[in-house]
Write a protein that binds this ligand. Structure first.
Ligand code: PLP
Length: 361
């Protein structure tokens, strides 16, 4: 595991992690939610940015951290972190509850048998439990009948927080329909609420509840297809860059890469970049996916291979040793993700352990 330290490699690919951008983006979330609190979502190794370094960078600002992985939460506690920690998928087996108690981890509970498991342990009276409601996403959560029983069973034993997750905060359906269902399902229940992800924080800041849960916006990407991160005042935290390690001059009719999927219709200059799908660059990125070479915008050509991809240098006067920026500062990951038919979340999470990390800010 490379998390928490800077690894040096001879290979020129680097993920540059800008922690000042992370703090800036957290401040944007803070501005949006006003007096409400923020769970900084750091699951999946802080969306590929490195859990320990993200948590350390936000320690002064964050109200708490939310993640999925129990072992990583315990490691944070063992490193001395005293912030509230929320386990977004709760516990999978009742045996884990002793660890939740010992390390003061807040579980999200979404099934009746989990309520029974909680009742069977000596739960601290001051350690909250989150009850997750299914208000329309139909993934995890209690229905209207189940939440009444769960709330009644636990309310006298520990502080409760009522939680739900929006399915389309970034899309055309919005959140009002789920907010209305959630409100109806929780009528008369006097507990704090936790609703909004990044998209809701940015678009419906009055519907995020007492504890909002920003994830992707902290890492500087836009949750919206139609709005850039820059327009939302978000700054990229991860920049993935490498170098041109070879240059080819090819004639019209020659092809590039595996499968010969790109064929030149004129003489072309091709640059070979030390970055491939084993670094986390998406193999399904088609010809034409944007790349910045020494600050000049160009495109990928042909298939991405395990360790290399090819770029068009026909109109870019850069040779071996030139910098190739795959995404980040100057080329939004959102743009690359869109070209590759995915979302920046997946690009970040897929950053491979072999990529050296350089921390700034
Ligand atoms: C991942 C996650 C979030 C953060 O979502 P973003 O779209 O990245 O802001 C919020 N809440 C829950 C329950 C999550 O699992």
């Amino acid at each position: 595991m490379i998390d928490g330290r800077v690894m040096n490699t001879s290979r020129p690919i680097r993920a540059i992690i800008d922690l000042s951008a992370l703090r800036h983006n957290h401040a944007v979330a803070r501005r949006q939610v006003g007096a409400n609190k923020l769970w900084a979502v750091v699951k999946a190794n802080a969306y590929g940015h490195g859990l320990e370094r993200a948590v350390a960078a936000l320690a002064d600002e964050a109200d708490g951290f939310a993640l999925i992985e129990l072992e990583r939460a315990i490691a944070l506690r063992q490193s001395g972190l005293t912030h509230p920690l929320l386990l977004l998928e709760g516990f999978y087996d009742a045996d884990e509850l002793a660890l939740f108690v010992r390390h003061r981890l807040i579980p999200v509970v979404h099934r009746a048998d989990q309520v029974q498991a909680l009742l069977a342990v000596d739960w601290p009276a001051d350690l909250p439990v989150y009850l997750k409601l299914d208000s329309g996403m139909h993934r995890l959560g209690f229905d209207a009948v189940g939440i009444v029983a769960a709330q009644a069973a636990l309310a006298s034993r520990m502080p409760l927080v009522l939680m739900t997750h929006f399915a389309d905060a970034d899309g055309p359906r919005g959140v009002d329909w789920q907010f209305a269902r959630f409100t109806a399902m929780t009528t008369g229940m006097d507990h704090p609420r936790s609703l909004g992800n990044s998209a809701a924080i940015l678009r419906y800041p009055d519907k995020v509840g007492d504890w909002a849960r920003p994830g992707i916006m902290l890492y500087g990407s836009s949750p919206f297809a139609e709005t850039t991160a820059a327009a939302l005042d978000l700054k990229p935290v991860m920049t993935l860059q490498s170098e041109i390690i070879g240059v080819q001059e090819i004639a019209a009719g020659e092809s590039v890469g595996y499968g010969c999927t790109f064929t030149a219709d004129q003489p072309m200059r091709i640059g070979v970049v030390a970055c491939g799908y084993a670094d986390g660059y998406p193999r399904h990125a088609p010809t034409g996916t944007p790349v910045l070479v020494e600050g000049q915008r160009t495109r990928t050509l042909g298939r991405v291979s395990m360790d290399k991809l090819c770029v068009d240098l026909t109109h870019v006067n850069v040779g071996a040793g030139g910098t190739a920026l795959l995404w980040g500062d100057g080329l939004p990951a959102d743009e690359v993700a869109t070209a590759a038919g995915t979302i920046s979340y997946e690009l970040f999470c897929a950053l491979a352990p072999r990529v050296a990390v350089e921390v700034r800010g």
